[in-house]
Design a binder for this molecule. Structure first.
Ligand SMILES: [Zn+2]
Length: 90
C-alpha cells in the first residue's frame, strides 16, 4: 500500500512554487484543482487514478436498426501505482 498520489500532489505543488520563485503566487486553490481523475477506495482509503475512455454507443432497436448515437464514458482504473509500481488492492 502506498500514499504516492497524495505525496506527489504536495511535491508537484512545491515544485511549481520553487520554479516560479518570486515571479508568481502558486497555490492549490479549491478542491477541484490538483491531480484529476482520482477516486478513493472507501475500504482502504488509498487514492488511485484512472483514464476516462469515451466511446459512441448505439442501441440496436427491435427493428434491427441502430438508435441515436450516445456519448458514453467508462473509467479504467490503474491496477498499479503510476509512481512506485505497487499493485493496488481490488
Ligand atoms: Zn505508489
Amino acid at each position: 500500500m502506498c500514499n504516492c498520489i497524495i505525496d506527489n500532489e504536495a511535491s508537484t505543488l512545491q515544485w511549481l512554487k520553487d520554479r516560479a520563485g518570486e515571479s508568481a503566487l502558486i497555490e492549490k486553490g479549491d478542491a477541484s484543482n490538483g491531480f484529476q481523475n482520482l477516486v478513493v477506495n472507501m475500504r482502504t482509503g488509498v487514492w488511485r487514478g484512472h483514464f476516462d475512455y469515451r466511446y459512441n454507443y448505439q442501441r440496436i432497436k427491435k427493428d434491427k436498426t441502430p438508435g441515436r448515437i450516445e456519448k458514453k464514458t467508462i473509467a479504467v482504473h490503474f491496477t498499479y501505482c503510476p509512481f512506485c509500481g505497487v499493485k493496488y488492492e481490488a
